[in-house]
Each structure stands twice: as C-alpha cells, then as structure tokens.
Design a protein around this ligand. Structure first.
Ligand code: XMP
Length: 506
C-alpha cells in the first residue's frame, strides 16, 4: 500500500482517488498521526498544504522516519518541506503561481518522467517557491517561471514536484503518479473491486467467525453493499433490519424489501410508521424532527436487535470519507445540520462495530456493489436523507401531507427515469411547501398547496448546482402532478445552487 501523509490540502483526497484509480491501495493519514511503517508500505506521498513551510505553526513531520527507507513523492508543500529541511531555501514567489504551466525538461532519464512529453501541461497552485536546493538535489524539470518544478534527491528514491499531478488539468498527472507507483515503488496494480471483495470476505470470516451480526439497512447504496459483503462472508448469521418509518418514497419499503429478499439476505422488515408519525405530531422545527426520528429509529432498531439472540457485532455502511473527516488534520468540519454525525448508533448497544466499507470512496462502493452482482436499481439510486420526507415537508408533518408528497414525488421521479434524466442528476426530490395559493380549476377557485421540485448536480453533496432540466419535461411533470394529485394546484422549480442555498429545504 501507499501512505499519503496529509498536511491539510484540499486536494489530498483527490491524490488518494487517483492512486486507487491506478488499482493501487492507499491510505490517508494526518501528518501528526503517523501509521506503522511495515513491509506492506511500498511508498509515501506527502500532500500539499494551506500552510507555508516558513510559518512557525506549519505542520511538521520527522523526515528521517521514512526518507531513504521508502520511495517518497512530495507534492507542492511536501516538495518544499523536503527542500526546506534539507538545507534548501523556500521563499514567497514574486509572481503568483496559480493555474496552467508547461514542463520543460532538464533531465528526462528519470523514471518519474517516463512517457511525459516535453511541454506537458501541469497545474500550479502555490504561493511559495523553492529558490535554491541542496547539493544532493537535482532539478529534473522546470517551467517558464518555476525553475524547481520537479527534483530528485540523488542516490535516493525521493522526488519532489511543485505542481499537482492529481488534478485533471495536469494532463499527464496520472502518468506521473503511475510512474511513481509502478516504476519507483514497485506496486503491482492488483487492487481491484474483485480483489477487494475476495480479501474482505476472507477477513470478515476470520474476524467474525460464528458470531452474529445485526445491521440496519436503509435502502441506500452503502448499507446494501455492506450487507451483501457480510452476507457472503457469514450467511444467515447476518441479521438485517429494515425499518419503515413511514417517511420513505411511495412504495419504496415494499420494493426494496422485496429486492433484499431476492438477494438472499436474512432481512426483517419492520413497519413502524405509526410510532414515528405519532412522535412527530405538532413538531415544526427541522432539527427537532431529525432528533426525534433519530431517537425513534434507535428505539425500534434496538427492540428488533434484542430479538436476535447472542448478537456480538453491529455492522455499518460507514465509508472512507466519513472516516477521514473524523480524524482529519483540520478536525471535523463545523456541523451545519445534525445529520453529519459519524459513529451512528450510540454506545448503549454495546456491540463491537464492523464496517466493511470504511476504506472505500463512494464510487468504489458502487464498483464493489457491481462486482458483487447487486442490482443497478439499488446501486444507481440517488442519495436520500435519513429523516426522509419529514425534512421535505416544511413545518408540521401529517399523514395526509406525507401521502400527497409521495404521490407528487413518484410522478417526478418516474418522469426523470423515463426521460433519461435520473442518471444525469445527482439527487432529486419533491418538497411540500408550507404555503397555499390561489388557483382556478374549472369554474372554481381553489386554495391549495405548492410542490417544489428540486434537482441538483453534485459530486459529494458539499456543493451543488441546480440541474437544467428541459422546460418540456418540467411542463409535463407539472401538468401530471396538478392533474393527478389532489390538494396541489401549483408546482415550482428550485433554481438555487449550494452554497448559498442547501440541497434540502430544511
Ligand atoms: P444539504 O441540505 O445539507 O444536503 O445541502 C446535503 C446532503 O445531505 C443529505 N441530508 C441528510 N442526510 N440525514 C441524512 O442522512 C439528514 O438529516 C440530512 N439532511 C440532508 C441531503 O439529502 C443531501 O444529499
């Protein structure tokens, strides 16, 4: 594996994704929590950083722990750090070095530069520059304005590059990373979804033995893939629990339960609709709704889990970005909504936690799901919030509003699917607004509810832009909703991006 030491750069996760795309397993570790360097480590990448090496509070790491023992690639700050602490000089650049530049070779005999053409475009993003290097360093590439764009430390497998190979604007960045991983570190590029499935099933079997595991299924990608992996490892000793909180999409509980059963999972569906809705009566405040739903879920789940005798483990679908977030250099980012709470269920369940996906990125979870033969209907589903339609009904929730919203949402989503837009959109849903407006149907004036349609493009939900759905499609959906869903006389489309808006309305 490759270890990526994170100095807090916004691009660190991107480095990891590129490495994995080259079928090499890697892990991100914060610079101040170094992992064990054992024989499984093939090389180390030092990330960039928002800090300057000249700052007193800049992140520090003891280079002698790995320099000359493992191949090292320093990227941006990582490169400057090596130069600075080896006797070179790093100074603020006189011209700001952001954006595109082109490499000119000093020496193309180095493995790091194999198959990268002269003039190759690279992406710069740095305020400091390496102005002089120690004697045992050699410059291997420059650009018009940056003399030390890439260096090699003589007699070693340590390299530094000032540009960012991980961003797509560096046109040969992937080749450079592959050169480092394969030619310099000797990685074998055999980390694939299939190999992950095989080795994970083996290690789950070994770890769990004949113990029983309970796992809460949500219908989403992560919990479904985690369940199928565990099921392949331990069969019916995995007890899945799928709770119907009455706030799912129309017919979703039945359909998803059915597909889980078809996959052979040992799954129990629990209808807890009344328990949720009765607790939500009269509650208007979004965070309070979330807390109630979270609490009732735990109660229902706990009751169901107690019915499984002698259970030892709690399975969870936690994925890698959640793990990185909770140990990152900067610490967990400020909580904006109470849902960003990694860790899931509270301690009182007293079970050991098993998280088979906690080394995977979202797109890798999907690939693993495909390797496991999970139906694309589950793998390509849009994200859906845990509190479900409760946060898509603004203000107080009633069974009637839920039913209206389910109908309107089903019309919306079906139209996205039949028009081919479902897969082009990252997330979509209908929202029940807390206003009524005047309309006219036949000879009568109406005073009814408004449904808002939301559809966004995004990568990870952190930022999002509204999807430019065709007018004709919006017109068709609007007509169908108003003509078929009693209680709705107006449909609007949300054209706000995140930030400053959020994806959900509550
Ligand atoms: P926002 O509205 O914060 O949403 O832009 C970002 C992503 O998070 C989802 N979301 C939630 N997921 N519990 C969840 O499990 C919640 O309380 C919750 N609130 C928002 C939202 O659907 C989007 O994908």
């Amino acid at each position: 594996k490759i270890i990526i030491l994170d100095f807090g750069s916004q691009y660190t996760q991107l480095i990891a994704r590129r490495v994995r795309e080259l079928n090499v397993y890697c892990e991100i570790h914060p610079f101040n929590h170094l992992p064990e360097f054992d024989e499984s480590v093939k090389g180390i990448i030092l990330s960039g950083s928002p800090y300057s090496v000249r700052q007193d509070d800049a992140p520090q790491v003891e280079l002698s722990q790995f320099h000359n023992q493992y191949p090292v690639l320093g990227v941006c700050y990582g490169a400057q750090y090596f130069a600075h602490y080896s006797g070179g000089e790093v100074i603020p650049s006189t011209i700001r070095e952001y954006g595109r530049a082109n490499l000119q070779y000093i020496d193309d005999s180095h493995a790091l530069l194999k198959n990268i053409p002269e003039g190759s475009q690279v992406w710069m993003s740095h305020g400091d520059t390496i102005s002089s290097i120690p004697d045992d360093f050699e410059v291997i590439a420059s650009t018009d304005t940056v003399r030390v764009a890439a260096y090699h430390i003589k007699e070693s497998k340590t390299y530094g590059i000032q540009f960012h190979p991980e961003v797509t604007h560096s046109s040969d960045g992937k080749q450079l990373l592959e050169n480092f991983l394969v030619d310099i570190c000797g990685c074998s590029q055999d980390w694939t979804p299939d190999s992950f499935v095989e080795s994970t099933i083996a290690s789950l079997r070994e770890k769990i033995g004949t113990d029983k595991v309970v796992l809460g299924l949500s219908g989403g990608v992560d919990s479904s893939v985690a369940a199928v992996l565990l099921h392949k490892a331990i069969g019916p000793n995995l007890h899945c629990i799928f709770v119907d909180n009455g706030l799912l999409r129309k017919d979703e509980f039945e359909q998803v339960l059915d597909s889980y059963q078809h996959m052979g999972l040992n799954v129990r569906g629990i209808n807890a609709r009344d328990r949720f809705i009765s607790q939500l009566t009269g509650i208007k405040e979004p965070e309070q709704k979330r807390k109630i739903i979270g609490r009732v879920f735990i109660e229902v789940f706990d009751d169901a889990a107690h019915e499984v005798q002698d259970v030892k483990w709690l399975g969870q679908g936690t994925i890698y970005p959640d793990v990185i977030e909770s140990v990152s250099v900067k610490g967990p980012s400020a909580t904006i909504k109470s849902h960003h709470n990694v860790g899931g269920l509270p301690d009182f369940m007293k079970l050991k936690v098993i998280e088979p996906l906690n080394t995977l990125f979202k797109d890798e979870v999907r690939k693993v799901g495909r390797a496991l033969g999970i139906d694309d209907i589950i793998l390509s589903r849009h994200p859906f919030p845990g509190p479900g339609l409760a946060i898509r009904i603004l203000g107080e929730i009633t069974a009637e509003k839920v039913a209206i919203l389910q109908e309107a949402d089903a019309i919306y989503i079906n139209n996205l699917k039949t028009s081919g837009w479902y897969d082009k959109v990252w997330q979509a849903g209908a929202i029940f607004l807390p206003v009524q407006s005047v309309g006219v149907m036949g000879d009568e004036r109406t005073y009814e509810n408004v449904i808002c349609l939301r559809a966004v493009g995004s990568v990870d939900g952190m930022t999002a832009d509204w999807s430019h759905l065709p007018y004709e499609l919006l017109a068709k959906i609007s007509n169908e909703i108003i003509n078929n869903v009693k209680g709705i006389n107006r449909v609007v489309y949300d054209i706000s991006s995140k930030p400053p808006a959020t994806i959900e309305w509550e």
